[in-house]
Each structure stands twice: as structure tokens, then as C-alpha cells.
Write a protein that binds this ligand. Structure first.
Ligand SMILES: NC(=O)c1ccc[n+]([C@@H]2O[C@H](COP(=O)([O-])OP(=O)(O)OC[C@H]3O[C@@H](n4cnc5c(N)ncnc54)[C@H](OP(=O)(O)O)[C@@H]3O)[C@@H](O)[C@H]2O)c1
Length: 340
């Protein structure tokens, strides 16, 4: 089969098109002919070597496709989508993959392969963020990074729960236009994080919420937004974050009574989609099928809508390099996918 692989970690110049043997499913695995693959920031982080792994490596974690073979659970020809989080034969920049069944679910009815491939990582992460916020999602929320992959889905969850205002940071006109025109947010809810320092940004966010602090804030970007999230929180509020920080992070979360969370009796939720896949055992993986099925129902019932999805090409070195360059530049609106 054709695949795009790397033999060493580093720049996107390392991608090469290769012909490698088609993978053979092990017990409990499903073999899928991939029809579309989605791109995520974790792809370029892996390519750079941040998370290690065995080389040569075929990257890509989001996919949709058609079942080629399976011992139980699925039938040949079933249309599926999934997340290559566990131990799989290879990533989704390839024509086929063998993956434990627990990471696969029926493709949402009515969605194209490209649309389905855009959902797994970003959609499930946003879904988890919304679950952490619980019943509080029908109130004012603050989101850093609402125009990206996770942010676009999270805005949908907030809208469908009746959240208002949904105060979102944006980095420029393209993101603002997208959030207003595609996601239906009000222009006065958007805050350009490049225009203000952290404390002014927090004050502006509270002003948009009529001077009231927020019950829930979401940090989808890091880069100082945890501090802003804590600053906008009300007493007993919750901050959900999906981004871990490097060692030089200066927020002294546990430090005496002045911790930004302790001083507000606030909760901090961490959301890591890969937790069960990487650190759990096989019995923990069923979670992924369940969540993928939940997500499918939400799209089928039109409870939430798709973000903007850009199909940037077909399986090739050029397509993959383009996708990585766009994501590394850091201002993708919605999701990018490729056809296989
Ligand atoms: N924990 C998990 O399970 C999990 C799952 C998925 C993703 N992630 C991580 O979460 C992050 C977001 O993922 P994603 O898929 O949404 O990425 P994405 O599609 O690239 O979107 C990120 C967005 O962040 C905004 N941004 C960039 N720099 C910023 C800054 N300094 N301050 C505020 N906003 C900034 C950009 O929008 P503007 O145009 O407005 O600048 C960009 O659209 C990535 O670091 C990713 O690795 C974690």
C-alpha cells in the first residue's frame, strides 16, 4: 500500500512516499481501507519528536473508511470512522490501517468521508470539555482558541447548551470572520488576544459578560491563557484545559493561598483524549467507541454542526507538507483533511 512516512524526527522535509506491505489484522482488530484522514497539531508535534515512538513512522490519528476485514463487531463494507490512539499498524497517512475495534465506530449517517475524518480528535476532545463543564454550560463561557479544530466543536457544544455570551479569543480577521459567519457568534463576543496584555484581556472578557465573572473557562491554546482563564473565573468556577505546559510555566498552581485556583475555591479539569489509549489497558479503550457513537448521534440529530472543513488534497507528500505548514502557522479555522 502507499503511505507517507518519516524515517527521522524533524522538519516536514522528512516526509516520503513509500510502498509498504498492507497490514494484516491481529485478533480483535479491524482492517480499514482509509478514505480520508484528518490533521491535528499532535501530528506535527509527533513529527518533531516531542512524543517519541518507533521509526520509520506513518503519522495521522483521525480517519474514516471502509471495513476491509474483521473477525467480529463489523462487517466487510461497513463505513466507519475512528481515532488511531492505541497500538495500530500505522497512522492514517496511508491506504489501509489495522486498529483495535475499540477505536472504531460506524461513520455518522449522512456525513461524507472527509467530514467524518475531521471529527475524532477535535470533536471528542471538545465533547469531553463540555462534559467537564456539566450543567454549567448554559451560562457565560470563556474560550481561548475558539476558531481552531477543538474550539470550533466546543463552540457548537456551548451554543447547543444555550451558553451566552460565548466569549472567544481570536488572533486575526480570518478567525473572527469564521467565528461570526460560520459559527454564528456575535462580533462583540470576540477578543483579539494580540491587542491586549493578559490582565486587560481578562478585564475585557468580564466586561463583555456585563461585569460578571465566568462559571466556566476553557484553555485550548496554552500560551498564557490558563492565567487569563483563572482571572476571569468566578468563585467555585471551573477551568478546563487541554494543553499541558513546558517546564518554564510560571503559574504556581499549588502555591499557598494565593494560587489563582485556590483563592477562588475553583476547580481545574485536565482533558487528555489520549489518556486511556496511552496509559490505560485494553478494557479502558471501549470509552472511544462509546464517545464516537455519542458524537455520531449528535450530528445525525443535527444537535451540533460541522466546523469548516477544508479538503486540501489527496495522499501525497505535498498534501501532508501543506497541512503541517498550515497547522504550524497556527491559525487554521476549523479542520483540514485529505482524501486517500
Ligand atoms: N488534550 C487533548 O486531548 C488535546 C486534543 C486535541 C488537541 N490538543 C491540543 O490543543 C491545542 C489546540 O488544538 P486544535 O486542534 O484546536 O488546534 P488548531 O486547530 O491549530 O487551533 C488552535 C487555535 O489556537 C489559536 N491560537 C494560536 N496561538 C494562540 C495564542 N497565543 N493565544 C490564543 N490562541 C491562539 C489559533 O487561532 P487564532 O487564529 O485565533 O490565533 C488556532 O486556530 C493544540 O496544542 C493541540 O495539540 C489537545
Amino acid at each position: 500500500m502507499k503511505a507517507i512516512q518519516i524515517r527521522q524526527f524533524g522538519s516536514a522535509e522528512n516526509f516520503e512516499l513509500v510502498d509498504i506491505p498492507r497490514p494484516v489484522p491481529q485478533a480483535g482488530e479491524v482492517c480499514v481501507r482509509i478514505m480520508a484522514a484528518g490533521f491535528n497539531p499532535s501530528d506535527y508535534k509527533t513529527r518533531r519528536g516531542y512524543v517519541g515512538g518507533e521509526l520509520p513512522m506513518v503519522l495521522g490519528k483521525d480517519f474514516s473508511g471502509i471495513v476491509e476485514s474483521c473477525d467480529s463487531g463489523f462487517s466487510v463494507g461497513d463505513e466507519v470512522y475512528g481515532y488511531l490512539g492505541g497500538k495500530c499498524s500505522n497512522g492514517s497517512y496511508a491506504e489501509y490501517v489495522c486498529v483495535p475495534k475499540a477505536f472504531v465506530a460506524p461513520k455518522p449517517f449522512g456525513l461524507s468521508f472527509e467530514e467524518a475524518a475531521a471529527i475524532p480528535i477535535a470533536g471528542l476532545t471538545a465533547y469531553e470539555c463540555s462534559r467537564k463543564a456539566n450543567s454549567m454550560l448554559n451560562q457565560a463561557v470563556f474560550i481561548s482558541g475558539g476558531s481552531g479544530g477543538v474550539g470550533s466543536f466546543l463552540v457548537e457544544f456551548c451554543k447547543s447548551s444555550g451558553a451566552s455570551p460565548i466569549v472567544v479569543t481570536t488572533g486575526g480577521q480570518a478567525s473572527s470572520d469564521y467565528l461570526i459567519k460560520h459559527c454564528g457568534l456575535q462580533p462583540e463576543w470576540l477578543l483579539n488576544y494580540r491587542d491586549y496584555d493578559a490582565s486587560t484581556l481578562a478585564a475585557k472578557a468580564v466586561a463583555i459578560n456585563h461585569g460578571k465573572k465566568f462559571r466556566h473557562a476553557f484553555d485550548l491554546t496554552g500560551k498564557g491563557m490558563k492565567q487569563v482563564g483563572c482571572a476571569v473565573l468566578d468563585f467555585e468556577g471551573t477551568l478546563s484545559t487541554i494543553v499541558p505546559e513546558d517546564d518554564d510555566f510560571t503559574l504556581r498552581l499549588w502555591h499557598r493561598r494565593f494560587s489563582p485556583a485556590f483563592s477562588k475555591s475553583a476547580s481545574i479539569h485536565f482533558v487528555f483524549l489520549g489518556a486511556r489509549a496511552i496509559f490505560g489497558a485494553e478494557m479502558d479503550w471501549e470509552y472511544y467507541t462509546a464517545r464516537l457513537c455519542d458524537m455520531a448521534k449528535l450530528f445525525e440529530s443535527h444537535t451540533i454542526h460541522l466546523p469548516k472543513i477544508q479538503t486540501i488534497g489527496e495522499l501525497s507528500v505535498d498534501t501532508v507538507q501543506q497541512a503541517h505548514a498550515l497547522l504550524e502557522k497556527g491559525n487554521v479555522q476549523g479542520k483540514i483533511v485529505m482524501r486517500i
